[in-house]
Design a protein around this ligand. Structure first.
Ligand code: BGC
Length: 840
């Protein structure tokens, strides 16, 4: 157990917070959403008044705002006029880097002018949520009155990373993990854009997503909200999602910063991480979020190296704001603020505002006012906090008079005053269906079992094939598992408008071919299953595995998964089907990896489809894959191991309620496939794996240096980097354009040698010299191509200097390791097809 190293004022605050122990935000939400009686006043209420305040430390903390990092424009290879409404074009191989600095500078100018008209208390109010359930959204920043002219309308902050939570007539998009499994930048961007439009359509200013914690542990309850186990893939997914969301007009919120990865003891665990690992693995998606111009970042519940995330000067001020050059604001996770002095560590906004839900106290609010008035916290720091928040609002153009009012009540579905039932779904179901198909991973396909052709009778087995007995939204925050699984549970959910089950979709499709259809949805009646599948030309058996946020326990799983086996006796169910039908197709709807050894090699199992949690069109997406309307192109965003113990990290349980649980990130850089490669452990299906109905051949690899990218401006930095010197630490040094602008291009041919049109996802893995201390290979690029049978296309993967660097802890900079850096390009992390060497 680690001991808390906290200053006395923090301890005082902690004691007060403990006395005010609140239920989890979302528990309260789930209780009240079903309570018809709960109501909210018609306008957002005035800020809360606090009666409690704390002993103020005596030494003033000085503050100097950070300059905005930018290079002089224009830089070739850089997209200089980037603004949220004008992001760089979608490309499967992006070759421009957006420079959001000018857009931020313009937003800052407006924000500073606005803030200049605010009183001290009004500036404090901009940083302080109104308190739990005191507004229409899960988080609310009060207006500055009068709103017209001098004032400001405040903010609505709303979950989730996959759709507008607690609202109706919204789309239930595929989860983050599915979007990552597409490895398709266009789909990632489009999903973000459509979500952004829906949030704005409902009057939301800030969408509380995307979630980008690395799936370090396969059992982590909220992994499915994020983008998998690899930092590069997660980084690209975060980047594209945010560009899309913000183009849609909503502020994105990169969460949870940082090292939040298991649900057990999430507010009482210290993630102990070394600086290199932090930079190369866990920080990377946040770095990419900053590069996408993200408006907001949410600090997490946990501690990092024994200091709470929301008062961690190292991670907030030093890394995020200084080194990454983050221009937006940092908001706390719900009740993750631990002191007023967190403001000096970089925290800009406290959410939902009160110390404990309903406590009518705040670490900001009155206390922040006092701390500023007596000089402990510099007023320039408060100005900086308020400026960052208001600047983000301007950055997104939310000052437009056309920006909609909030038109739902997150806490009362029956409030007919505020729930205007505005339909914002447009035709987004189409892209949900497409992403669902594009994220479905074909793991096994013996003798071209799929796509289905000439099957005269089929049956579907397992409750996951059918509808939920309680309806799609029968369990609050989706905290139950019955019927097809298309979302995990917790705050990362929204209401399904409908949920297309495989039973419904397959039956509708099968009748076109006059295929006889049967089903058997009882997971435990094995005799019934056996007789149902006998004599069928194909038996499709469905199993699932669910997880979510800790405030709901489902089937003994307190958020995190207890184990990695299929739910509802899934292994037994599959074995029963396979024992009675020699054309058994397994479909999984799972939040993450499962151990599938009991049945994967069964000779009667002819195909396996890994469908993840694909959102509202689950059945339709599956039909597109089963019948070949979409040739599978999804690839695993994590490793499927043969044994749970093969993974490099496990849940950390134990401890007492008072202790801080130490979670030591002993596997360092060796997360997921990096560990399997280094330890020579054979996985069942490796990271990046996925079959197609077609086959692809790779040839003619060439690597070239991208010339003139930005030499004239950053010649010295580039020369230093090439000479193996670390880039100097300064504001924005880790997101500097020269470090991320194209440096090398790897080109190669991909030929479709099979019979089906379809997509291939070439992946580039960098192999550093042994002296670099890196894993054997690390993903640093991918692209996607669509090819007709017989067609060849030239693909490119562009690589930047950052991708060829490691973090030098002593120098605090990115450095190109000494020696030869090579690469492989292939169809998965264990299927290299081509290789080469980056020019020295
Ligand atoms: C979750 C956040 C969420 C917030 C608001 C917290 O419990 O960790 O991800 O955005 O609640 O609902």
């Amino acid at each position: 157990m680690a001991t808390l190293r906290l200053l006395p004022f923090v301890l005082t605050a902690l004691l007060v917070a403990a006395q005010n122990e609140a239920p989890s935000s979302s528990v309260a939400a789930s209780v009240s959403i079903t309570a018809a009686a709960s109501s909210t006043s018609s306008a957002l209420p005035p800020p809360p008044t606090e009666s409690t305040y704390y002993v103020i430390p005596v030494s003033p903390v000085p503050f100097t705002p950070l300059p905005s990092p930018s290079d002089p424009a224009p830089i070739p290879g850089v997209f200089p006029s980037a603004a949220p409404n004008n992001p760089p074009p979608i490309s499967s191989d992006p070759t421009v880097v957006p420079d959001f600095a000018p857009a931020w500078a313009a937003a800052y100018q407006k924000a500073q002018a606005k803030i200049a008209g605010f009183t001290l208390e009004e500036k404090v109010n901009v940083t302080t949520g109104v308190g739990w359930q005191n507004g229409l959204c899960v988080g609310n920043i009060p207006p500055v009155y009068p709103i017209e002219g001098r004032g400001w309308p405040g903010l609505c902050l709303e979950d989730s990373p996959l759709g507008v939570r607690y609202a109706d007539f919204v789309t239930a998009f595929p989860a983050g993990i599915n979007s990552a499994a597409t490895w398709n930048r266009a789909l990632l961007r489009t999903r973000g854009l459509y979500m952004g439009q829906e949030f704005v359509g409902k009057g939301v200013h800030v969408q509380l997503g995307p979630m980008m914690n690395i799936g370090k542990n396969a059992q982590g309850g909220r992994n499915w909200e994020g983008f998998g186990a690899d930092p590069f893939l997660s980084g690209e997914a975060a980047y594209e999602t945010i560009l899309g969301m913000q183009q849609g007009g909503v502020q994105a919120c990169a969460k949870h910063y940082i090292n939040k990865w298991q649900e057990f003891d999430r507010t009482m665990e210290s993630s102990n991480v070394d600086d290199r690992t932090e930079h190369e693995i866990y920080g990377h998606p946040f770095l990419r979020s900053v590069m996408a111009g993200v408006a907001s970042v949410m600090c997490s519940y946990n501690l990092i190296n024994d200091t709470y995330a929301c008062e961690n000067d190292r991670t907030l001020n030093q890394i995020l704001k200084y080194e990454y050059g983050f221009q937006g604001y940092i908001q706390s996770d719900w009740s993750a603020t631990h002191s007023t002095m967190g403001a000096t560590a970089g925290l800009d906004m406290t959410m939902p505002g009160d110390i404990a839900f309903g406590s009518n106290t705040s670490y900001f609010g009155y206390n922040l006012t006092q701390f500023v008035e007596n000089g402990t916290i510099a007023e320039s720091r408060l100005d900086d906090m308020a400026t960052r928040i208001v600047a983000a609002w301007y950055l997104l153009g939310q000052d437009a008079p056309t920006f909609p009012n909030v038109s739902f009540n997150a806490f009362n579905a029956l409030d007919e005053v505020h729930n205007l039932h505005i339909d914002v779904m447009a035709d987004h179901a189409t892209v949900v269906r497409e992403i669902g198909a594009a994220s479905t991973i074909l793991l096994k396909n013996v003798n071209n079992t799929l796509p289905i052709k000439g099957v005269r009778s089929l049956t579907m087995v397992g409750s996951d094939a059918g509808p939920d007995l309680l309806g799609p939204n029968g369990y609050t925050d989706r905290g139950g598992d019955d019927g097809v699984l298309a979302m995990g549970w917790g705050s990362g959910t929204d209401q399904y408008p409908w949920l297309i089950s495989p039973l419904e979709a397959i039956q509708a499709r099968a009748r076109l071919d006059h295929t006889l259809v049967s089903w058997f949805l009882d997971d435990f009646d094995y005799a019934g299953v056996a007789s149902n599948v006998q004599g069928q030309q194909m038996a499709i058996v469905f199993v699932n595995s669910d997880s979510g946020e800790q405030y709901i326990t489902v089937d003994g799983n307190e958020g995190d998964r207890k184990n990695l086996t299929a739910w509802h006796g899934g292994d037994e169910l599959i074995l029963t089907v396979a024992a009675n039908n020699n054309n058994t197709v397994v479909v999984t709807h799972s939040v993450g990896p499962l151990i599938i050894e009991p049945w994967v090699d069964h000779p009667n199992i002819t195909a396996i489809l890994w469908a993840g949690i694909p959102g509202q069109e689950a059945g339709n997406s599956l039909v597109d894959i089963l019948y070949g309307a979409w040739n599978p192109s999804g690839r695993l965003p994590y490793t499927i191991a043969k044994n749970a113990s093969d993974y490099p990290s496990q849940l950390v349980l134990g401890g007492t309620a008072e202790d801080i649980l130490s979670i030591n990130y002993t596997q360092g850089l060796f997360v997921d496939y990096r560990w399997f490669d280094a330890q020579n452990i054979t996985p069942r299906y490796e990271f990046g794996y996925g079959l197609s109905y077609s086959t692809f051949e790779y040839s003619n690899v060439e690597v070239s240096t991208v010339t003139n990218a930005d030499d004239q401006y950053d010649a010295e930095l580039i020369a230093n980097w090439e000479a193996g010197l670390p880039n100097p630490l300064t504001v924005g040094s880790s997101t500097a354009l020269w470090l991320h602008a194209p440096a090398y291009q790897v080109a190669f041919d991909v030929k479709n040698t099979g019979a089906y049109y379809g997509g291939e996802i070439p992946q580039l893995y960098v192999h550093f010299p042994a002296s670099a201390g890196e894993p054997p290979q690390v993903l640093k690029g991918f692209t996607n191509l669509n090819l007709n049978p017989g067609e060849t296309q030239r693909a490119t993967i562009t690589v930047n200097r950052h991708s060829l660097s490691i973090w030098d802890v002593a120098a605090q900079g990115w450095v190109k390791p000494n020696g030869t850096i090579t690469f492989t390009v292939g169809a998965s992390s264990r299927d290299p097809r081509l290789n080469g060497t980056f020019p020295a």
